[in-house]
Design a protein around this ligand. Structure first.
Ligand code: GDP
Ligand code: MG
Length: 318
């Protein structure tokens, strides 16, 4: 595999210049759908964390690593924090979100425009225990039509805790991201780099490929499917050909019911074909290689509420 988004264990890594002397972890937290993954992608400058209009798209904790001018910033994108913990998958997600707040140097707490609900309160309670500076980022301000409402709202939110800063942003349109980034960078302490300079994530190429397929399924299906789908990569083969590198990827889309399988496949397979085309395009960009992608859909009943099945699929976060 030639991809440089390969999994490497974190290890003390000597920087190449004398400037390589700062390293820190920044957690991006907030309830589902506020724009955490979109923000991470913009800060890193590459598509790492999948996004969609549907809540709960991000199931795993993903590290996005950026090393610039001697400063290594390790962003932790967390699955949303939830109130309801009925199913095993929700319990897993909550655990992953809470553990993201240990050993970090700064928190970016993302909220959605002028809304504040009890899920935000829950996140607030968790970040209060973080013992590091917390920046409150009010996202999607591009969608606020009455800008006059923003100032009083900023003031109300500022009173919720002693925030390091409160900043309105648009993760999607890049508004105020430079300012946010400067605030973050100032909070990165001195320290040896934990990752090689060119490493972008702690996740394997297989994992990223699976997440891309999952993103496309969610995008295509909108509200037609509950979030209980998962993707397994069965084959990930790299070949060097005279015409250039070729990556052959076979992915299995697991759904809960036969009806969902039909929905994912679509009329005469048109939907699955679109999912495949979109995923392949992103993969070619991500892996810098031509990609041959094979997709299958299979019914795996009840997986989201079966701890053992979750483990076998790699959700064995502890
Ligand atoms: P997460 O669940 O917090 O990771 O949220 P995502 O990053 O997946 O974003 C959820 C949805 O909000 C997606 O449809 C994004 O395109 C959208 N979104 C994120 N940031 C912005 C923004 O600044 N403006 C607007 N209008 N939409 C945004
Ligand atoms: Mg996300």
């Amino acid at each position: 595999m030639t991809s440089d988004v390969n999994a490497v264990e974190p290890s003390a890594h000597e920087g190449s210049s004398e400037e390589s002397n700062r390293c820190g972890y920044v957690a991006i937290v907030g309830r589902p759908n506020v724009g955490k993954s979109t923000l991470l992608n913009h800060l890193i400058g590459q598509k790492l964390s999948i996004t969609s209009r549907r809540p709960q798209t991000t199931r795993h904790q993903v590290l996005g690593i950026r090393t610039e001018q001697g400063v290594q910033t390790v962003f932790v994108d967390t699955p949303g924090m939830h109130k309801v913990q009925k199913k095993a998958i929700n319990r897993y997600m909550n655990k992953a979100a809470t553990s993201a707040l240990t050993g970090i140097d700064a928190v970016v707490f993302v909220v959605d425009r002028l809304t504040w609900n009890e899920e935000d309160d829950l996140v607030l309670e968790k970040v209060k225990g973080a013992r590091c500076p917390v920046i409150l980022a009010i996202n999607k301000v591009d969608k606020i039509s009455d800008k006059a409402k923003l100032m009083p709202h900023l003031e109300t939110l500022s009173g919720k805790m002693d925030f390091h800063a409160v900043i309105p942003i648009s993760a999607q349109h890049g508004h105020n991201l430079k300012e946010l980034d400067d605030l973050i960078t100032h909070l990165i302490p001195e320290g040896i780099h934990h990752f090689p300079e060119d490493q972008l994530t702690d996740r394997s190429s297989r994992f990223l490929a699976a997440e891309l397929v999952r993103e496309k399924v969610m995008r295509q299906l909108g509200d037609e499917l509950p979030y209980e789908i998962t993707v397994e990569i069965e084959e990930f083969k790299h070949e060097v050909r005279p015409k250039g590198p070729l990556l052959t990827i076979s992915a299995l889309i697991l759904v809960e019911r036969a009806g969902q399988k039909a929905i994912v496949i679509g009329d005469r397979g048109t939907r699955l074909k679109q999912i495949g085309q979109d995923a392949r395009k992103d993969m070619e960009q991500m892996f810098d290689s031509k990609v041959m992608l094979h997709l299958w859909v299979k019914v795996k009943a009840g997986w989201s509420d079966d701890e053992r099945a979750l483990k076998s699929l790699g959700y064995d976060h502890s």
